[in-house]
Design a protein around this ligand. Structure first.
Ligand SMILES: Cc1cc2nc3c(=O)[nH]c(=O)nc-3n(C[C@H](O)[C@H](O)[C@H](O)COP(=O)(O)O)c2cc1C
Length: 199
């Protein structure tokens, strides 16, 4: 049952932009019937580690800093190595989102890093499944997936503006990802051989 699905959103945000997207991912997961839990990875508590271990899905989020996820996210990722060795997260659903100051900003590398991190844990990576927006004369900057990324959700925000400047289109794209992750996790829950519960 989808209401039994838990989606954890493990993210770092330096100036609050990524936090807006984390909220949007959680909103999408909730609308799809899951329980969404936000976990800032730079202050993760023992109880939040238990939530991560019990979650059906973990969506990873970080700003792109110097072409990869922020250092705080990398610290968190490295601190999961004990769980990696025990295959503690095998079978969970995974996805990712990131934001940068430039339109490209090398965000794709951050999403690739998240997907490889998930693969190391034996998680099932979920992509965005949206056609590119803003790629024709009839399209606009307000379109869903305006940045045309497929591996996860991406956003661009001006570096001299605060979290209120996160584009509505990018937030809606993150919302879409959260809903998709919740639906995939619920479907996997109904397939015990593949789900986290089987491991
Ligand atoms: C140390 C540092 C490195 C950054 N590197 C990049 C980068 O490689 N590409 C880019 O487009 N923006 C870069 N930025 C801009 C951030 O990605 C952007 O401001 C983002 O919205 C920050 O998100 P946050 O508020 O969640 O930390 C960098 C910012 C900082 C502070």
């Amino acid at each position: 049952m989808i209401s039994a699905t838990t989606v954890a959103i493990a993210y770092h945000s330096g100036q609050g932009h990524t936090a807006v997207l984390a909220e949007a991912v959680g909103g999408g997961a909730t609308e799809a019937g899951a329980t969404a839990v936000q976990i800032p990875v730079d202050t993760v508590t023992a109880e939040q580690w238990r939530t991560l271990d019990a979650a059906d899905a973990i969506v990873f989020g970080a700003p792109t800093y110097l072409g990869t996820a922020s250092a705080a996210f990398h610290v968190f990722a490295e601190s999961t190595s004990g769980r990696w060795a025990k295959r503690a997260w095998t079978g969970k659903v995974a996805a990712g989102f990131t934001v940068s100051g430039s339109m490209s900003g090398d965000k794709l590398h951050t999403l690739q890093y998240f997907s490889i991190f998930a693969a190391q844990h034996g998680m099932h990576w979920v992509n965005l499944d949206l056609l590119p927006g803003w790629s024709a004369s009839t399209a606009s900057v307000h379109d869903l997936n305006r940045l045309g990324i497929t591996l996860g959700a991406g956003a661009q925000t001006d570096t001299d503006r605060g979290p209120e400047a996160v584009s509505g289109a990018d937030a809606r794209t993150a919302f879409h990802l959260g809903a998709r992750v919740a639906r995939v996790a619920a479907a996997l829950n109904a397939t015990p051989a593949l789900s986290a519960a089987a491991h």
